[in-house]
Design a protein around this ligand. Structure first.
Ligand code: FAD
Length: 338
């Protein structure tokens, strides 16, 4: 079966399902129709980046009417190249998003609204989502794929380097800086975790603990054995050229040449909706889900960075796919009364 034939079949299935299969509460909408508000969907996905689009694809391919609401601010947008995601290694984040969007929106059951979801409230049938632009949409299942917002430190130069040479993850960007003079900006267990991973990639490491190391004598000795220098003075400035790091200056005046700096930044949920809905968060601040991406709120699923410390495009796509499939399964079970 070629792609065109499959698309044609899909469209026929949607037309049939609009009159025969869909629950009466759901308004069938296609891209050709003008959206009249409020519009009812099987599922609304808030956040249309990798996790959200993956969820929408699973739902769209299950002939579910899905609305994606997206504000267009993925967390990796400043990184020049995304790595470690099969078939897209080295692509720009925007290019990966564009291919995904074209493929997801090829399903006529999937709608896209550019905007910001301001609130989501429970209704008798599911949830009502209102955007900042003042539009309200309703659904039976809600998928949160809103990501997280990194809190930039007040170090001159840091924000300019974020995603370019100030990096969050050795798997995403460590290979590109292998063998280079590299910093790790962390203390305690986090510092140890990163140091062990990065030591595999470069022998030139300085650990910047920004105050006390918070490490046992054994761990400090282990760092010393691996020739990892430790600096406790705060970083006061980062020198860089268009985001590519050259050196850091410390509060004691020392200047240390590095080309990359690993940093685990504090973060907040990108959207206030998970909190407002009453979704339970983990101790680290992610939305708590079960093994099927279900949150503590009925009919609400969460996927991607907002719900997981495994911060990678592949992980976001995987959890999004699962959330979409599980939301569909819940719809199926409700409709069958099982
Ligand atoms: C600087 C940086 C570089 C990275 N590099 C890599 C890499 O090389 N390889 C890799 O695998 N991973 C990388 N990652 C991790 C990867 O980018 C994330 O894991 C991935 O983007 C998570 O996808 P997501 O869909 O969960 O969230 P995001 O991609 O952050 O997208 C969330 C989306 O939700 C939208 N949104 C939020 N709130 C609302 C709202 N209320 N209404 C509407 N829309 C909303 C946002 O605007 C955004 O479009 C990087 C991360 C960072 C920060």
């Amino acid at each position: 079966m070629n792609t065109i034939t499959r698309r044609t079949l899909l469209k026929q299935a949607i037309m049939a399902s609009g009159t025969l299969l869909l629950p009466r509460a759901v308004t069938a909408t296609t891209k050709q129709q003008h959206m009249k508000e409020p519009t009812n969907f099987h599922a609304i996905v808030i956040g249309g980046s990798y996790a959200g689009m993956s969820a929408a694809m699973a739902l769209g391919r299950s002939v579910r009417n899905v609305l994606i609401i997206d504000a267009g601010k993925p967390c990796n947008r400043q990184t020049p190249h995304s790595h470690n995601f099969l078939t897209q290694d080295g692509s720009t984040p925007a290019a990966i998003g564009a291919v995904a969007r074209a493929q997801v929106l090829a399903y006529p059951t999937v709608q896209w609204v550019q905007g910001t979801a301001a609130s989501a409230v429970p209704t008798a049938a599911g949830y009502a989502v209102t955007t900042q632009e003042g539009h309200t949409y309703t659904c039976r299942k809600l998928i949160l794929a809103t990501g997280i917002a990194d809190t930039m430190p007040a170090i001159p130069g840091f924000a300019d380097c974020w995603g370019i040479s100030a990096i969050h993850c050795p798997y995403c960007h460590g290979y590109e800086y292998r063998g280079q003079p590299t910093g790790i900006w962390a203390s305690g267990e986090r510092a140890m975790h990163l140091a062990t991973l990065v030591a595999n990639l470069t022998p030139h490491i300085t650990l910047f603990t920004n105050g006390p190391e918070n490490l046992s004598a054994d761990k400090l000795a282990a760092l010393q054995r691996s020739n990892i220098a430790v600096e406790t003075a705060s970083i006061t400035e980062i020198q860089h050229n268009k985001g590519y790091m050259q050196a850091v200056t410390l509060a004691n005046g020392k200047r240390i040449t590095i080309q990359a700096l690993y940093a685990a930044l504090p973060f907040t949920q990108h959207s206030t909706i998970p909190h407002a809905l009453g979704c339970t968060l983990t101790e680290y601040g992610h939305i708590q889900t079960d093994a099927f991406q279900k949150t503590s709120m009925p009919g609400v699923y969460a996927c991607g960075d907002c719900a997981s410390p495994m911060r990678a495009v592949a992980a976001a796509v995987a959890t999004g796919n699962l959330a979409g499939a599980m939301a569909n399964k819940e719809l199926v079970d409700e409709d069958f009364g099982t």
